[in-house]
Design a protein around this ligand. Sequence first.
Ligand SMILES: C[S@@+](CC[C@H](N)C(=O)[O-])C[C@H]1O[C@@H](n2cnc3c(N)ncnc32)[C@H](O)[C@@H]1O
Ligand code: SF4
Length: 357
Amino acid sequence: MFDQLTVREAIAGSYTLVSNSLSLFLNKADARAPLYVFWLMTYRCNSKCLHCNWVVKNMTTEKLNEELVSKERLDVANQLAKSKTFGVTLSGGEPLLVREIFEVIKILKRAGKRVNVCTNGLLLEDNMDKVLKAKPDCITISLDSPNPEIHDKIRGGNGYFEKTISGIDILRKSRQKKNPKIIIKMTISKENIESIEEFLERFRGICEHITFQPVQNNLIHQVPDEGILFDKSEYGLFKRKMDDLMSKYPFMNNSYYKNMADFLFNPDSLLKTGKFRCLLSSAYSVYIDPYGNVKPCLGLASAGNFKESGIIKIWKSRENCRLQQKMRDKGNNCICWAYNNLFNQYLVEAFKILKGK
Ligand SMILES: C[S@@+](CC[C@H](N)C(=O)[O-])C[C@H]1O[C@@H](n2cnc3c(N)ncnc32)[C@H](O)[C@@H]1O
Ligand code: SF4
């Protein structure tokens, strides 16, 4: 995602990074823009994953009618294009169900933003020409098992594995100079933990990067059925699996994977040691939900709606600053685990030194 930056992108990104860091350390809300934006374009989806409650909760006709309409989504894109934001992830629900997504990508790309699309891959094949013409920098594709039956069981539909794999194959054949980059992402749960190594061996040759996210039930992600979560008794199995993978695959040898078992089975231990504080999301990124609400964290209240005032005005607002401060407060016992949060652990150290704590 971050390789091959143009000089212009690198300078603009560094400037926003410094401005976000200053606002974090000075506890002020005057950063020029969020470095990164996670935009959930819709909650509509063509899958019904065992681990995902967003779709179950938000796919009623009433809720879908509240989502932004085409013109408003293009307005969001134009506002982001004009801002000093470095990059945007377009996700959902299933973002490829949003008709104007390709126009959105083009607007962002014309403005020099890095664009990542996070998809279940089911509609990739049918939309390949449009995807390639829009030129996103990266496509992150969810794949939950090397075994078609298990993937289909987790994702809630027959033939889903084959459809997603076929999308990846065609993307690989049609793209030029490995653009867009392909990231494959597995959500680890009880259903697939045993097949992680097989997964790596099978798919690492067909993408630029593989990432694993543990199944979570917190303010950001909720599961519809807790049966998909790990039992407390599975700590040893999980920990051994991760240690084994970290010794075999150097790219996994980092604190994100090292602390994953503790995050899942005993998150309090991470909070107590001070190894985790929510610094990254609270200072460097923002979410836009399908209704246009701008939130420092999906699990928190909205700092404002883009229909009422602009995204950057909301980002710089007192309310956004208040919510950000709440997130990084030492008493905040909320913890989530995403690959980006790896940087949290470096930030925690820097924060301690700079604040003299
Ligand atoms: C919400 S989906 C949206 C994009 C697209 N529909 C997809 O599946 O990739 C983004 C990612 O969140 C993951 N996810 C959903 N529910 C989760 C949960 N309870 N815990 C952890 N990850 C979850 C999905 O597996 C997927 O990789
Ligand atoms: S994880 Fe993605 S594909 Fe699965 S139900 Fe949720 S939004 Fe849809």
